[in-house]
Ligand binder design. Structure first.
Ligand code: GL4
Length: 829
């Protein structure tokens, strides 16, 4: 189609809702056509997976239609765009979320039913897209949903890993990691853009040359890899806007150098080039440290370079100079993983677009903002200078230039305070010289955000204290949030309908503050009954899931007490397990009459440990060993069960959260930057047993301490105890429980010894000893509350009602107004 004809077509479709029809009959035909022509299977003999594929492709068509319209519309309006750079996006499944956001769920359900399929079973066929580790990665996914729903002209950029987060397999209670080759059965949710590709350079040399009467820096690379775009449409809810998440895959470059191919060793030359693909092959499974790994650095630069080239190309399509660049572009760094983008922008503007250093610098300072997700200085990313200098020689020069001006500024301001200079310098001196990526980001970005109010306090007083003194105006926080579309509408349809019924509107799906309206009905017995009924249906679904996963049958009458998240010492799954042992021991020693008063519990733990994180792996094994003992003890029966759910991921969370009564968020205070799991439980009416850490402090403000079970030392108390180096005095109950572990009550006493030692002889850094008594008290309070189901239900309703602040819509609205300076740009229906 010629340009002119294309323009005419666009105008024609602007007048229509769309080309594709959404009535059940058209959808059926569409699904069958895709089964036959896209999947190439017979339309007369379709299994559940083929039905999923047919349906997914049919939904994809609808996504593409809106996505095209949205991109055209953005192009026409040319608003300031936000580019969200993240190395991790934990999207989970797309089918249900897409049809809900597109507003065609009922039609598809009818279509499938008429074809003889159950939507639930078909939806189960989809695997998770797990291109991320944990909270940080799921946050980016939630934020993409909010950006689309709120009509913001935004793009996400990331890496298309061939292997997502490893699959966790448990053998004899031990975690084993298996590769997640998630693309094996194809991925209908992405569009391969073979024509959108950029060359990304590595290694080589840098020279100053005199070209066209100017001094220029010329970087001659030693290796070039091609970045190919894969676009993932992200539909908004209740809007036509469908934004783009562009993920880059590495391919061998199309440019052949005659040298390697001219030597006669053709086969090896091809194999060598093929190695380029390894750059995007695997996600690093450690969510905290990847220091000093060349491949990780390559991944970072690869995705950053392709994204920056793409952004600049798009800008140049409609602008002839860079004067307005900062008015049209905002770049958000999701942690420091993409922070090389800063250097890359300066490099491209200076070396390739021939702007002056000052012009490029001003642009960079205007367009970049940075969010940090870390609470401890040791968690901040560093890159060895040698590694950076060899992989990206020109970038290292630029970083040194930035650091030179910055340290000059520091000297002007503070004089020759060498301690301060060495703390704040972008270059860390020492046996191994490092580049401090956080320092680089703070120096250039106009805005540095924490992820909760408490996190900002830590940044100001500890992690970035020096920088805060220098530039207090740069530091802010945007408390994290989660999307109510995924975490209620998709995963808890029963509760979704109930909320809509009692509020008299479904507008809360876009305006989450309306949930507050539930407060006025909290005393209503009818609502309470319906609330309990919905929750019970969810529990029964969870009971079936547990049976399918573990072979264990648990009673839905018990309290379901859940802790699902990455396994970390600071998140204290160990505290939970030791508490369970204590409960077990108490029940064992009870008389029959006392046992009658015990509130039956099903304790559920799930989560992955980083493959090299020994202590976390021991915690998983301990959970299994304790579970085996308790679950098979005839003395205990239904009074207590401990289940470990293997291979925890987004879709497991979608099933477990709606069926939970109580959930645990018990990090040692001061260690969780925000925490977002708690928000998902909260909005689903699950009560929280929590320490006052991260965003939970704000949750307490919103729903009241009386509706939660709070325990543990407060942030300032932890800081004080550590400062004073107080020797831990362990409570007797804990000593007893640890003795049971040490004495081999659960077997494997040697293997578990380091866990016991960490509390008893290695200083109890995470303060399990200190927090154990108040933890048990909070657990007892939860038992007491659960007995009175009416009170429990009211607390549950009030949890949902007060959860509005923790929607990612609020977070994104705040970022848009206060950090990015972007406005909604709503594509007409
Ligand atoms: C994390 C924090 O640990 C977590 O508290 C926070 O909610 C999340 C999103 O901001 O970021 N930081 C890293 S690293 N992984 C996380 O999950």
């Amino acid at each position: 189609v010629s340009g002119e004809e294309k323009g005419r077509t666009v105008r024609f479709f602007e007048m229509m809702d769309g080309f594709l029809k959404n009535d059940p009959v058209s959808l059926q035909k569409d699904i069958l056509d895709h089964v036959e022509f896209t999947v190439a299977r017979s339309r007369f003999n379709i299994d559940d997976f083929e039905a999923y594929q047919g349906m997914a492709h049919s939904v994809r068509d609808r996504l593409i239609e809106r996505w095209h319209d949205t991109q055209q519309f953005f192009k026409k309006k040319d608003p300031k765009r936000l580019y969200y750079l993240s190395l991790e996006f934990l999207m989970g499944r797309s089918l249900s979320n897409s049809i809900i956001n597109l507003g065609v769920k009922d039609q598809y359900m009818d279509a499938l039913n008429q074809l003889g399929f159950s939507f639930e079973i078909v939806a189960e066929q989809e695997g998770d897209a797990a291109l991320g580790n944990g909270g940080l990665a799921r946050l980016s996914a939630c934020q993409m949903d909010s950006l689309a729903t709120m009509d913001f002209p935004a793009w996400g950029y990331g890496l298309r890993y061939q292997y997502g987060l490893f699959r966790q397999v448990i053998l004899d209670g031990f975690q084993h990691e298996q590769p997640d080759y998630w693309l094996n059965f194809g991925n209908p949710w992405e569009i391969e853009r073979v024509h959108v590709s950029y060359a990304v350079k590595f290694y080589g040399t840098v020279e100053e040359k005199h070209l066209n009467g100017k001094n220029c820096i010329v970087w001659t690379p030693g290796e070039t890899v091609e970045a190919v775009a894969y676009d993932n449409p992200i539909p908004g809810y209740g809007t036509r806007n469908t934004i783009n998440l562009r993920l880059w895959a590495a391919k061998p470059s199309g440019q052949y150098d005659m040298e390697s191919f001219g030597t006669g060793d053709y086969i090896n030359a091809v194999i060598d080039r093929q190695k380029a693909e390894t750059i995007s092959s695997v996600l690093y499974p450690d969510d905290r440290s990847y220091q000093g790994k060349e491949l990780r650095l390559k991944q970072q630069y690869f995705f950053v370079s392709a994204s920056v080239q793409d952004i600049i190309r798009r800008f140049k399509d409609s602008h002839s100079s860079f004067d307005k660049f900062h008015e049209k572009v905002a770049l958000q760094l999701n942690d420091t993983h993409p922070s090389l983008a800063i250097v890359e922008v300066i490099r491209v503007l200076v070396d390739e677009e021939h702007l002056s250093w000052k012009e490029a610098w001003d642009i960079a300072c205007n367009i970049f903002s940075y969010t940090t997700h870390t609470v401890v200085p040791e968690g901040l990313e560093k890159i060895p200078v040698d590694l950076l200098g060899s992989l990206l020689p020109r970038h290292l020069q630029i970083i040194y230039d930035i650091n030179f001006s910055f340290t000059e500024e520091l000297k002007q301001r503070f004089g020759l305070d060498y301690d301060r200079l060495s703390r704040m310098s972008i270059v860390e001196e020492g046996a191994v010289k490092n580049i401090r990526m956080a320092n680089l980001s703070i120096v250039v970005c106009h805005n540095v955000n924490g992820v909760s109010r408490a996190h900002l306090d830590t940044l100001k007083s500890k992690v970035f204290k020096d920088f805060y003194e220098l530039w207090p105006e740069k530091f802010h926080h945007k408390t994290n949030g989660i999307t109510q579309r995924r975490w209620v509408v998709v995963s808890n349809p029963g509760l979704c309908d109930l909320i809509t019924k009692w509020l008299g509107t479904d507008a809360w799906i876009r305006e989450v503050d309306l949930l507050l309206g539930l407060r006025e009905h909290v005393e209503n017995k009818e609502l309470q009954l319906e609330w309990r009924t919905v929750r019970r249906v969810n529990k029964i679904r969870l009971v079936e899931f547990i049976e399918a996963m573990t072979g264990m049958k648990v009673s839905p009458d018990a309290m379901f007490d859940v802790q699902i998240k990455r396994i970390h010492e600071y998140k204290r799954q160990l505290l939970n397990i030791l508490g369970i042992i204590h409960r077990y021991d108490c029940i064992k020693n009870m008389k029959d009459s006392e046992r009658k008063r015990v509130v039956p519990r099903v304790c559920i733990i799930g989560g992955k440990a980083a493959p090299g994180y020994e202590m976390a792996k021991k915690i998983i094994k301990l959970c299994h060993s304790v579970g085996e003992k308790i679950n098979t003890d005839p003395d205990i029966g239904d009074l207590l069960k401990l289940i470990f759910i293997p291979d925890y991921n987004v879709s497991v969370a979608e099933l477990v959260i709606p069926g939970s009564d109580l959930s645990q968020h018990i990090s040692t205070a001061g260690h969780e930057a925000s925490g977002t799991g708690s928000m998902k439980f909260l909005i689903n009416g699950c009560l929280l047993l929590a320490t006052a850490d991260g965003s939970r402090l704000e949750i307490i403000e919103e729903i009241g301490e009386e509706n939660m079970f709070i325990c543990g030392a407060k942030i300032h108390e932890v800081a004080k105890m550590r400062e004073n180096g107080e020797a831990p005095k362990l409570p007797l109950e804990l000593v007893h429980v640890l003795r049971m572990v040490r004495d081999g009550y659960f077997g494997h006493e040697e293997y578990f010894k380091p866990l016991c030692d960490s509390i008893e002889s290695a200083g109890d850094f995470y303060l399990l000893g200190h927090d154990f008594p108040s933890y048990l008290e909070a657990q007892a309070a939860a038992d007491k509350a659960f007995v009175d189901q009416e009170t429990w239900t009211k607390m549950s309703i009030l949890s949902t009602a007060g959860s509005g602040k923790f929607s990612s819509d609020r977070t994104i609205g705040d970022y848009a107004a206060e950090t990015w300076g972007i406005e909604p740009c709503r594509c007409p229906f």
